[in-house]
Design a protein around this ligand. Structure first.
Ligand code: ZN
Length: 316
């Protein structure tokens, strides 16, 4: 069984019609997942993350300040490209809550994997700094949740968004039992993610790609660097920062992935989770700004998760 966590409140984070991170992204994804091929998805409403959950990665006072700053009308600008609208507080809570709830369900064995279709994205959000369209760092919050509530020791986040997840990296930097692995275009926003950024315990694995790199280069970085590192780390839960803006048609960056590359990496990550984590994979939407490419790529990703969970269920 594959779970799909989402919530219509995630459509209400709306920072303007010209902003690339817009509600239409989630609408396009919802449409792509509404066809018969996805009937087997177990669809759940994303709950709101609690302050306690978020406060494992962001200082409580910061969380409360952010939520208090959500405007009743208009926009509140947080940086050059990050803002909050009246719906942003609930959207961000549901986006983080989706990933925590998905962790709960895969750890108790209700499903082997889950996809969280929430927004705003999260991987740029640092402990006290919202940035890069991100308010709270949903995947980092979910990793902390898995350890605090379910007693897992080692949790890994794999991030194939075209941008480096500086927020997740910063939050995991001093943690020997949290791995952050990323492929991303470099140089590109936010500027972090060079190969020599390894964390205090060597659990940060960056495999940057040059503008113009295609799926072949991506697969080589995965096969030669990231998958071996993840195998050595042997996570008990694999969380994916699933951004689809490395697609060749994406307007924000210059990598040249196609849908099949996302299917390929998902198969590899599912196989890795089978080896170490009982197949437990929780994937969370990050970027992806060409609506058609986002919808098709995310659909290819979810399709592999569904095939994998069906395969798991057929085992004796
Ligand atoms: Zn991105």
């Amino acid at each position: 069984m594959t779970l799909l966590f989402t919530h219509e409140a995630c459509l209400s984070h709306d920072v303007g019609p010209t902003h690339p991170e817009r509600p239409a992204r989630l609408e396009a994804l919802n449409l792509a997942l509404a066809v018969a091929a996805f009937d087997r998805l177990d669809r759940r409403e994303a709950p709101k993350a609690t302050i306690e959950q978020i406060a494992r990665m962001h200082p409580r006072a910061h969380v409360e300040r952010m939520l208090a700053a959500v405007p009743e009308s208009g926009l509140v600008r947080l940086d050059g490209d990050t803002a909050m609208s009246p719906g942003s507080g609930e959207a961000a809570l549901r986006a983080a809550g989706a990933v925590c709830a998905a962790v709960d369900t895969v750890i108790v064995g209700e499903a082997s994997n889950a996809f969280c279709a929430g927004r705003p994205p999260g991987h740029h959000a640092e402990a006290e700094t919202p940035m890069g369209f991100c308010l709270f760092n949903s995947v980092a919050i979910a990793a902390a949740h898995a350890r605090a509530v379910h007693g897992l020791k080692r949790v890994a986040v794999m991030d194939f968004d075209v941008h480096h997840g500086n927020g997740t990296q910063a939050m995991f930097w001093d943690e020997p039992d949290l791995m952050y692995a990323s492929t991303h275009q470099m140089p590109l926003y936010p500027g972090t993610g060079s190969r020599d950024e390894r964390g205090a315990h060597g659990t940060i694995i960056n495999a940057p790609l040059r503008s113009g790199a295609d799926g072949e280069a991506f697969r080589a970085q995965m096969t030669e660097i990231i998958l071996p590192a993840l195998d050595d780390f042997a996570p008990e839960l694999l969380i994916i920062s699933a951004g689809f803006d490395a697609h060749v048609d994406d307007p924000l960056a210059g990598l040249c992935f196609i849908e099949e590359d996302y299917a390929w990496v998902t198969r590899e990550l599912v196989a890795l989770a089978d080896r170490h984590a009982g197949g437990r994979v929780v994937s969370s939407l990050e970027g992806g700004y060409n609506l058609d490419a986002l919808a098709a790529s995310a659909a290819a990703h979810v399709r592999v998760l569904m095939d994998a969970s069906a395969g798991v269920m057929e085992l004796p």
